[in-house]
Design a binder for this molecule. Structure first.
Ligand SMILES: C[S@@+](CC[C@H](N)C(=O)[O-])C[C@H]1O[C@@H](n2cnc3c(N)ncnc32)[C@H](O)[C@@H]1O
Ligand code: SF4
Length: 495
């Protein structure tokens, strides 16, 4: 257990998250005052101090009553080009904590003090203020304490995204459609998905409500222009092709086929993708699909509860190419149980032969709400070093395949504190993925659990409007969810 005392500030979440990066899985408790601070075990005092009118952050780390590390930061010297002193203070507190804990643990922390899930946003903020590349790298490595390689990576990604984000346009939006059904639930998954075994009977009614919601979105976005459409899940191809076709047709009826710049169906699990399905998607002009292996090792596929083999993936991929899909994405997960460097090399070798236009590399994240979290002790998971080596392999193979990183995000419970990276062949980036990640364009969500994110460019503000995450509530309270969206979109149009 780690005891923490905050002195003269309330930056609790950031402090706790950064401590968790150094001590994953440890219990952390907040002490109310210094009297309760028995310094046996590990104790941390994080203070904000005012000395002769100057602000300093100070961290002291004690082990069994002995001061083992101490760092102080002069808040005046922090230069991150933020608009408020509060942000400088937050960074100062995290920096002194980082330095003190680094000395104690000597852990590798490639993302430095960053605990948020969208690091590229910082690059966009700096670029929009006219800051040059060299200074951006300095801010990232010296102030945020990123490794040089991570700083360069997110600067490159940020610059590559510019053409898809700017100029900002409050009238532009993308549409997300959620199909929450799945054939079965995978071991690691925490998404609110509905296994077909129990929820098949809901499909028809769900689709009819969804179509109603899409028609209503057409009305409430009058005066706006559609950019991209993404049908995700769950597994969209878990429902019969004629049902998915109805949804796609409604999107075209409402928004006009020629206005949609990119139309993705995250087909996902190869055990749901038949030749008939691929032909229906192709006939309906879907120009980007996902066929997700996660791994190309059959033993692991069985272990994680996916009912397809590596051979099924190859067959489905080749068929999709033959039918003529211009962009196919493949999702992988690094760090799955029982996998190490040899297994990821095997997976990447197979993917390289297929040569997809997009590849998304996730690092395993052990999430609440997954089957995994309750059965963890049954599985072998690799060390941070090995996960790092496996990710190096994904970088090497991606380069060999001519794939370039174009979006990146992190998750809280990600193994080894790494990241997820989307790669694409040049000019084949998924525009929707950039929009959802960088939060500079409105996304309107339809369907169970879909979250609309309305972006107000003048205020650089995002307002979330979630749909219900329960199928019955989604169906029964459809009007309410449409009204909630309508209100916020109206505010945007009047702003
Ligand atoms: C919303 S899921 C849906 C994809 C589709 N249903 C499938 O399973 O192929 C999107 C992707 O997130 C990744 N993912 C899901 N849960 C994860 C976890 N716990 N850790 C790492 N990646 C995860 C997987 O690569 C998955 O393909
Ligand atoms: S990983 Fe995909 S197929 Fe598996 S349960 Fe999650 S959403 Fe469904």
């Amino acid at each position: 257990m780690i005891k923490v005392l905050l002195n003269n500030h309330e930056v609790k979440n950031d402090v706790f998250e950064l401590i968790r990066v150094f001590f994953p899985g440890e219990e952390i408790i907040l002490l109310e005052n210094v009297d309760k601070l028995s310094k046996d075990g590990l104790s941390i005092i994080s203070s904000l101090e005012n000395l002769n009118g100057k602000l300093y952050s100070n961290t002291e780390v004690y082990r069994d009553n002995n001061l083992i590390s101490q760092y102080q930061e002069d808040i005046d010297l922090i230069k991150i080009y933020r608009d408020s002193i509060e942000k400088d203070i937050r960074i100062g507190i995290k920096k002194s904590l980082f330095n003190a804990l680094k000395e104690v643990t000597d852990r590798e922390i490639p993302w430095g003090i960053l605990t948020g899930i969208r690091p590229v946003k910082i690059v966009h903020e700096l670029l929009s203020k006219g800051i040059g590349d060299k200074e951006i790298i300095r801010v990232l490595t010296e102030e945020y304490k990123l490794y040089d390689s991570k700083a360069k990576l997110i600067l490159d990604i940020g610059k590559r995204q510019i053409g898809h984000i700017y100029p900002l346009n409050k009238h532009r939006f993308s549409l997300y459609i959620s199909i929450p059904f799945c054939p079965t639930r995978c071991l690691y998954c925490s998404f609110p998905t509905l296994p077909l075994g129990r929820f098949k009977n809901y499909i028809e009614e769900y689709v009819s409500k969804l179509i109603y919601e899409i028609k209503s979105i057409k009305k409430l976005t009058e005066g706006m222009e559609i950019n991209t459409v993404y049908i995700g899940g769950g597994t969209p191809t878990a429902i019969p092709p004629k049902e998915l076709e109805k949804i796609i047709q409604e999107v075209y009826n409402s928004f006009g086929e020629k206005n949609i710049k990119e139309f993705t169906v995250e087909a996902g699990r190869p055990d749901t993708i038949t030749e008939e399905y691929l032909r229906v998607l192709n006939k309906n002009k879907i120009n980007r699909i996902s066929i997700n292996p996660q791994t190309m090792n059959n033993n692991t596929l069985k272990l994680i509860g996916r009912q397809h083999s590596a051979e099924d993936i190859i067959k489905t991929y080749n068929l999709a190419k033959e039918i003529g899909f211009p962009i196919i994405n493949m999702d992988l997960i690094v760090g799955l149980p029982s996998e190490g460097v040899i297994e990821i090399q095997k997976t990447l070798g197979e993917i390289k032969k297929l040569d997809p236009e997009n590849l998304t590399v996730h690092t395993l994240s052990i999430k609440r709400g997954s089957k995994f979290i309750n059965t963890l002790e049954e599985y072998d998971l690799e060390s941070q070093d090995t996960i790092g080596n496996m990710l190096e392999e994904t970088i090497t193979y991606s380069k060999e395949m001519g794939l370039i990183p174009y979006y990146l995000y992190r998750q809280k419970q990600i193994l080894g504190n790494f990241e997820n990276i989307g790669y694409a062949k040049p000019n084949m980036e998924c525009i929707y993925n950039i929009a959802i990640m960088e939060e500079k364009e409105t996304i309107i969500g339809a369907g169970m659990g879909a979250v609309s994110k309305v972006f107000f460019p003048e205020e650089n503000r995002l307002e979330r409007v979630p749909n219900f995450r329960d199928i019955k509530e989604y169906i029964e309270r459809i009007e309410e969810q449409i009204k909630n969206k309508e209100k916020v979109v109206k505010d945007l149009l009047l702003s």
